[in-house]
Design a protein. Structure first.
Length: 139
């Protein structure tokens, strides 16, 4: 094997990370969410081992959106006196389950503030927050 020149050893070839592609089994809305999420982080943030978690995350979000719109439609009929409270109650229970699922996936994928900072670091960052805080209004 030929000896490499010192010039060729001094140049490090760039490592190009590619954005994780969505599964073909996802719906159009789920693929849209996948793209939004993967593009919000560095390309190396997600790898193939994260694909099942990310898939579950986007499915939970899409399901939550569907349930929320169904809830809105039923609530609109309640104002007219035609709504079904039992159905609305069941949908709200499903929405709550989806919200917890979204929260779990987001934490596991390290997308939430809680999963990125220790409590002490979060307190320091919160203390440095700029601008008016909602609870300070009217003072």
């Amino acid at each position: 094997m030929a000896k490499k020149s010192s010039a060729s050893l001094s140049v490090v070839p760039p490592s190009v990370a590619t954005v994780l592609a969505p599964s073909k089994s996802l719906t159009a809305r789920q693929k849209e969410l996948w793209k939004e999420i993967t593009l919000s982080k560095p390309a190396s943030w997600f790898d193939h081992s994260n694909a099942p978690l990310l898939s579950g995350y986007v499915k939970a979000i899409a399901s939550h959106e569907t349930l929320a719109s169904r809830s809105d439609a039923i609530e609109a009929t309640l104002a007219d006196g035609d709504g079904d409270l039992k159905t609305l109650n069941r949908i709200h229970a499903m929405i709550e389950r989806q919200a917890r699922l979204i929260q779990t996936f987001a934490t596991k994928l390290r997308l939430t503030q809680q999963s990125r900072y220790t409590a002490a670091t979060a307190a320091v960052i919160a203390g440095k927050a700029s601008g008016a805080r909602p609870w300070d209004e009217g003072k």
